[in-house]
Design a protein around this ligand. Sequence first.
Ligand SMILES: Cc1ncc(COP(=O)(O)O)c(C=O)c1O
Length: 364
Amino acid sequence: MLISEVETPAVVVDLDVMERNLSRMAEYCRTQKIKLRPHTKSHKIPQLAKMQVESGANGITVAKLGEAEVMLDSGITDILIAYPLVGKAKATHLAELSRRANITVSLDSEEAARSISEEVSARNLKAEILVELDVGFARCGVANEDDALILAQKISELPGLVFKGLMFFPGQFVVGSNERASLRSHVNSLLDRTLETFDRAAMPVSTVSGGSTPTAYEAHMFHGVNEIRPGMYIFNDRNMVGIGVARLEDCALSVVVTVVSTSVAGRSIIDGGSKTFSSDRYLAGDGKGFGLIREDPAVELESFSEEHGHMNIKRSQHRYRVGDRLSVIPNHVCSTVNMHNEIYGVRGDHVETVWEVAGRGKVR
Ligand SMILES: Cc1ncc(COP(=O)(O)O)c(C=O)c1O
């Protein structure tokens, strides 16, 4: 099938670009001797997770147990759940999954640690634990080196738990390179203090798991980091181009859309809105627009209804006609993928493969 024959809106991945993104990241990690554990939330597709492992990743990351299960069912057996699992139901589910795979969990509370300990030790199993440290994103993670050590010591005392190290997510680094450099020096001070504190307490830290796509190629400048979990790098998106960590030609994923109305002066309407792209904002530059039209950057994808994308075409040279097809690079690739049941892998003009987004909807 040709891409021009695919019914729109359709998420299309350029396989050559995606493969280049995968091998470049794997090569960087190999050279820097940093483990690569891609976050698969960006695609939720087991076949892509397998390609990541085959191209050099040491394992994968997921957020939810349901996602872990989908990946496990496809044969991936080294999984980090980088999300605090809270409550007995989740601890039981984790314990059952850990019979089948090497699963590590990150957490930041004694409550989460205790319930996992109860369920795994009742089954004579073990769970490896990373303590999450807040490095300034202010989402999850203990606040400082002393709290990290206290929690790590509690974990080591709990039956069935093995303290493996530290994890952090530098979510505030979706900014330009100068700002990232100054944020990094704060993170490095905290990492230095934390590693010294653990060293003094004779508490071995074998893993320090860091970010993220914006920081991935800077991972060697984060003190002590020996594993990274980038997700978006597989496809990249408009935000990553906006902050300068990817070039337009590194964007593997676009949403192919059709112009469905040109009746209103100065506008053309495409067949995808917030239910096709999500409403995630542009985090760089002037913050405007909901995606980049590859064929015509002069168009501003100004706003979304649920099923309509409103293109402001006043600055465009092109006269749009109903039926025209365009490809849009979304602002945020992870939430766009999560809107779709399947994704088309293309080479040149041809559809080579169609993947089911099998982890979609696995929010538990
Ligand atoms: C805990 C965690 N690790 C890794 C990632 C992947 O980072 P990125 O989305 O920048 O690729 C995320 C993304 O939200 C995350 O929450």
